[in-house]
Ligand binder design. Structure first.
Ligand code: GTS
Length: 218
């Protein structure tokens, strides 16, 4: 299978970490789509993903799956335990809820801040910007950090007692926040400790090593 993505993107990181967790990184070919030249908004890529975003999973029969959550659900189902998306109906429900919450309250908010209140991907790609909206989303992202900090004071992982897709989604938020230099408030000790713990996971170390190697060639 192939993943169309960009090597150091925060959303692509979510899928790369999920693939590493499932031991599937070496079975995946990465096709580089250059965000900085707006390749993801060109007609050729829009036929691959209508939304013009990365990452996209392409199966050997040509089937295309976009959206990090959907791709993670697919790769999670390919390989058995430990599950990233939950074994029981309750786990599945909670993990899905917390993943969605990580996106809405944190990761997507950082993304809107980046695209609207900073130069983003540059004038050729950012055709419409609304800095006021971007700054509101920055404040929302910081509230999201405080929310997840609160949660992590009560449990070891975002959706409960074990590592899941929801942790990967919050990690995506932390990766994006670091890229746009949006610091985590010092008082969010539980979030910072969880983040330090996540850096010890082999999957996160494998992702970091790939980023350090740079963009894979087509
Ligand atoms: N809901 C999508 C998902 O979960 O896959 C969002 C994907 C997304 O926003 N991806 C970013 C993108 O394509 C990639 S990155 O910023 O993390 O590298 N952004 C480009 C753009 O122009 O919005």
């Amino acid at each position: 299978m192939k993943i169309h993505d960009w090597f150091d993107g925060p959303y692509p990181a979510r899928v790369r970490i999920a693939l590493a967790e499932k031991g599937l990184l070496s079975k995946t070919e990465f096709v580089s789509v250059n965000l900085w030249t707006g390749e993801h908004k060109k007609p050729e890529f829009l036929t691959i993903n209508y939304s013009g975003t990365l990452p996209v999973l392409e199966l050997d029969d040509g089937t295309l799956i976009a959206e990090c959550t959907a791709i993670t659900q697919y790769v999670d189902a390919l390989v058995g335990s430990p599950s990233l998306t939950g074994e029981t109906p309750l786990e599945k429900g909670l993990i899905h809820m917390m993943t969605k919450r990580a996106e809405i309250e944190f990761l997507d908010a950082v993304s809107v801040y980046f695209h609207h209140a900073t130069p983003g991907l540059g004038p050729d790609v950012e055709l419409y910007q609304n800095p006021e909206w971007g700054n509101r989303m920055r404040d929302k992202a910081i509230r999201g950090m405080r929310y997840f900090d609160d949660l992590l004071q009560q449990r070891p992982y975002i959706a409960g007692e074990s590592f899941s897709m929801a942790d990967i989604a919050v990690l995506g938020g932390m990766i994006f926040a670091s890229l746009v230099k949006l610091p985590v408030p010092d008082e969010c000790v539980a979030l910072l400790e969880w983040h330090a713990r996540m850096q010890e996971r082999p999957s996160v170390q494998q992702w970091r090593a790939m980023v350090e190697r740079g963009a894979p060639l087509r």
